[in-house]
Design a protein around this ligand. Structure first.
Ligand code: ATP
Ligand code: MG
Length: 450
């Protein structure tokens, strides 16, 4: 079906595109049943109340590509308070950009009023007041066409109308879906400067969809990478999760390196990645391979594990410096962990609920070695044991020699209680032997021996 669109559409490629283009039912592969029932209902209610309303954004793009959309968003000409008045279970959220969350069954659908690009529009409609006197500052409302041009990518700016099964396209986005191209809407450099997170979105969607980044979009990316420093740390943290936890982490990571974006995400690690054969690059790559695999298998992934991997090479290096200065290994590791997290949080604001387990995973890297006697049982019951064990396996996969520690723990978990005890005893005996020898040597000068 996409084939048909392109043939039809490419004929007109040089034609005037101003005012957009409406693709009828025979010109695309979507049908109303593909759209979430609640989203369809919302569009219907808005339209019957005399407003324009469409399903928009990522869901239209994903459906055209045969992918399952993460969520369904609605865009409308109705103002937030008009939307709210139409739906009983709805509330206005957001201060800067007001969005209405509408709930029917379990799902919440985001309804956004057409907006224009704040930075490009004149200020005449910037400050608006509702009848109730509510200030809607910063909600620069606009037409559907303006709404399309303030979006980030052409493939994210398609508007689907389920009532007549049509796609409204103002940016030749359907062509780009068909040609598998990621293209920024408008002047790329300007759009990246307006919101540097778009740099990350370009990389993320190119990786997720396996699309090419269009050359004009790619050109200013390296140059604009430094603008990421202006993104607030909490927002940058949220964006990094989307980069690494959406199932295409490894490809995304490669694009981040290629476009020099990674150094603004984990600046401490970046210099350690220059060595192509080096352990840090292998460790992060392997962590992302494992994460991608877990997501494919619908297994749980946690930001704590990913950040633990991203920062481990730096923590390890700093801890080893502290050890060289005479600190004990646990103290050196704990101090290094604290320092490295303190330096990362001003870049990406990792919440405490993740930094605490990160530190536990790191601490356990030492403890899991000291597993003799009763220790093994206690360690295996530690709430962070599973993650710490996976982390040991990860380090070994990345080429670190841990003297068979991963295998030992794998076996420990596979055998019964008695065998576990004997495994732990064996370790204890092995650990003890050298100490006894040392003690004997120390004891030899004692007077009663001579
Ligand atoms: P997905 O939800 O699958 O990750 P999406 O395209 O729906 O992809 P969202 O982050 O949910 O992405 O954003 C919804 C829509 O809002 C996008 O499709 C895009 O049109 C617009 N958008 C999001 N972020 C930006 C941005 N930084 N600049 C401009 N437009 C944006
Ligand atoms: Mg979305």
């Amino acid at each position: 079906m996409l084939e048909r669109i392109s043939k039809f559409f490419k004929k007109d490629k040089n034609s005037d595109f101003s005012g957009g283009y409406v693709f009828g039912p025979s010109e695309h592969s979507l049908s109303p049943e593909m759209i979430n029932r609640d989203a369809r209902k919302i569009v219907d209610v808005l339209q019957k109340a005399g407003h324009e309303a469409y399903v928009v954004g990522g869901c239209v793009r994903d459906l055209l590509l045969g992918l399952k959309p993460k969520d369904f968003d609605v865009a409308t000409s109705a103002k937030p308070w008009e939307v709210k008045a139409l739906f009983r279970r709805s509330r206005i959220i957001g201060r800067r950009f007001q969005i209405v969350h509408v709930q029917f069954s379990r799902e919440i659908i985001e309804v956004t009023t057409f907006r224009s690009n704040e930075n490009q529009s004149n200020s005449k409609n910037r400050r608006q007041q509702t009848d109730s006197g509510m200030l809607t500052r910063d909600n620069v409302f606009g037409s559907i066409e303006e709404d399309a041009s303030r979006r980030d990518l052409t493939v994210n700016a398609l508007y689907y109308d389920p009532s007549d099964n049509s796609i409204h396209d103002f940016t030749r986005g359907l062509d780009d879906v068909d040609d598998r191209i990621i293209r920024i809407i408008g002047d790329p450099s300007t759009r990246f400067r307006e919101d540097p997170v778009r740099l990350l979105r370009v990389a993320r969607f190119a990786a997720k969809l396996d699309f090419e980044i269009e050359p004009n979009t790619a050109k200013p990316m390296r140059h604009r990478a430094g603008d990421l420093q202006q993104v607030s740390p909490p927002r940058l943290f949220d964006e990094t999760l989307k980069l690494f936890m959406s199932g295409n982490g490894l490809i995304t990571f490669k694009l981040l390196l290629k476009y020099k974006l990674f150094e603004y995400i984990v600046p401490q690690l970046n210099p350690m990645l220059n060595d192509q054969q080096g352990q840090p690059l292998k460790l992060v790559g392997q962590a992302l391979i494992n994460t991608d695999k877990r997501i494919r298998n619908s297994q749980r992934v946690t930001p704590a594990f990913i950040y633990a991997a991203l920062l481990w090479p730096v923590v390890q290096r700093l801890a080893s410096n502290y050890e060289k200065n005479g600190n004990s290994p646990p103290y050196a590791l704990s101090k290094a962990a604290g320092d490295i997290i303190a330096a990362q949080v001003p870049v990406t604001a990792i919440p405490k609920r993740f930094t605490i387990p990160m530190r536990e995973i790191w601490d356990l890297q030492l403890h899991l070695k000291r597993r003799g006697g009763n220790r093994a049982k206690r360690l295996a019951e530690h709430p962070r044991f599973r993650a710490a064990y996976d982390f040991i396996l990860l380090r070994e996969q990345a080429g670190e020699d841990l003297d068979g520690l991963g295998d030992w723990w794998t076996q420990y978990q596979d055998v019964d209680e008695d065998q576990r005890q004997s495994m732990a005893e064996d370790v204890l005996n092995k650990d003890k032997k050298p100490k006894r020898r040392r003690r004997r040597r120390n004891q030899s000068p004692k007077p009663d021996n001579g």
